[in-house]
Design a binder for this molecule. Structure first.
Ligand code: ACO
Length: 428
């Protein structure tokens, strides 16, 4: 007999079906609960609400497990290319050699952006944050590719839109940077791989080629893979909600980029490096800053610490910490930020406050140090995250369409005034 949950309400007993996932995750299905009882459930911040069924990413926060389509993140980060992972997320399985070649050449074919888009870039002030520029540029793609406006048109057209977006993301991201320093844009070179091409567009000059250092492109490949999906987080849920209205893919992803920008989400990688710099300039007294983070009257939080889902360790942080050591050693860089980060981690992990609340370094704690080492400017860190997360967002959007998920529309508990009559302005 299938499992059910029983609930007593106003002397009545109701039975709710229990849903079990492939990793034995359990959920109580409340989709008909309001219809049957008149009650809604309340869960601010969706801390305990499953918004969808999904076959893309499995994560277990207690055990620190993260898998894309069943493959452990550790194996993918060690062995795969970012495009292989993108294919895996999008289409459900790792590509064979032919499928990979086709996918890669399709991505390479679409890396250019329309020349008219260059004019948009030029209109932004040089101090514009590249996340604002990127989000607008991605949305603007919908105005050039109007066949994308109906996401249901055909699966070939859907694939074309997806490939275009993945292909143009590094070009738009690198151009947002070039524009901020008022340097000429560098066009993509299609013989390069995904990461190499991005680095080339970031650092080459019309007068000077840029020789891509394999240490740098390997580190970037790993970082992008580690960020590629993370199931129903803030930006992905945004993507699903926006996409559920049948908005086009470009507009949908643009919304995801905006959601990622905040310092409590993807913006944390920029916030971490700024925090480490602040601690460094303040004399490097780690204990003082840990004390500040624990003080409830002080708004300061240890950026890069804590996670909504991981309450033991973030498996991505473990991989990144090791990669951070490797990259800095290989490049012969001695960064005082890394020493402060390690000290901070040690002090916090031994502190009762952090232990009691299960606060551990998250993916963003060490990623900024690698980005800094490989020459990425601080305000581009969250753009790097967006580039990594892109295939995850698109896969979740694609799955939502394929499953015919309904439009996202939560309920609320109204706490405002009861009905009252309008009083004319002259009588108030
Ligand atoms: N520093 C100090 N205290 C913290 C921190 C922190 N970084 N994170 C959580 N806490 C404390 C809270 O004050 C709270 O304490 P209390 O129980 O005494 O009130 C307790 O730990 C639980 O924290 P919540 O904010 O309720 O946890 P939630 O799951 O809602 O938030 C979040 C998770 C947003 C990630 C939080 O830990 C945080 O703000 N961290 C810093 C920002 C950050 O690194 N964000 C990146 C997350 S990873 C990502 O999005 C890619």
């Amino acid at each position: 007999m299938s499992e059910v949950a029983k609930i007593e309400l106003g002397g009545e007993s109701y039975e709710l079906p229990v849903i079990t996932g492939s990793e034995n995750e359990k959920a109580i299905d409340i989709s008909k609960f309001r219809q049957e009882t008149g009650y809604v459930t309340l869960d601010s911040g969706y801390k305990n609400t499953g918004a969808t069924k999904s076959a893309i990413t499995f994560l277990n926060g207690e055990e620190g497990i993260l898998r894309y389509r069943g493959y452990p993140i550790e194996q993918l980060a060690e062995n795969a290319t970012f495009l292989e992972v993108a294919y895996l997320l999008l289409y459900g399985d790792l590509p064979n050699k032919d499928e990979y070649k086709l996918f890669e050449s399709s991505i390479n074919r679409h890396t250019l952006v329309h020349e008219d888009m260059k004019r948009f870039f030029e209109a932004y002030p040089s101090q514009a944050h590249p996340m604002g520029v990127l989000s607008s540029m991605i949305c603007s793609l919908s105005t050039f590719y109007t066949e994308s406006l109906d996401p249901y048109r055909s699966s070939d057209l859907k694939d074309l839109t997806i490939h275009r977006l993945i292909a143009k993301m590094p070009t738009l991201a690198a151009w947002a940077y070039k524009n901020s320093i008022r340097h000429p844009f560098i066009y993509p070179k299609n013989e390069y791989g995904y990461c190499e091409n991005f680095l080339h567009m970031m650092y080459a000059m019309p007068t000077e080629d840029y020789k891509v250092d394999p240490i740098v492109s390997t580190a970037l490949n790993k970082l992008l893979i580690l960020h590629a999906d993370h199931e129903q987080n803030c930006s992905t849920s945004t993507v699903r909600i926006v996409g559920s209205s049948q908005a086009n893919l470009y507009a949908t992803i643009s919304a995801g980029i905006s959601a990622l920008w905040g310092p409590l989400h993807g913006g944390a990688n920029q916030a971490v490096i700024e925090m480490l710099q602040q601690i460094h300039h303040d004399g490097g007294d780690v204990d003082k800053w840990v004390k500040k983070a624990k003080d409830k009257n002080d708004p300061f939080r240890l950026m890069g610490f804590g996670h909504r889902v991981y309450k033991n360790f973030d498996p991505r942080a473990n991989i990144i910490k090791k990669s951070c050591d490797d990259v800095l050693n290989q490049m012969g860089i001695n960064d005082p930020m890394l020493d402060i980060a390690k000290k901070l981690e040690k002090v916090a992990l031994e502190d009762e406050y952090f232990k009691a609340r299960n606060l551990y370094p998250n993916v963003d704690f060490y990623s900024g140090i690698i980005y800094k080492a490989i020459g990425i400017p601080t305000d581009m860190f969250t753009v790097m995250f967006a580039m990594g997360r892109l295939p995850g967002w698109i896969s979740q959007w694609k799955e939502m369409l394929e499953n015919n998920d309904p439009i996202g529309r939560p309920r609320q508990i109204y706490t405002g005034h009861k009905n009252r009559d309008y009083v004319k302005l002259e009588d108030r």
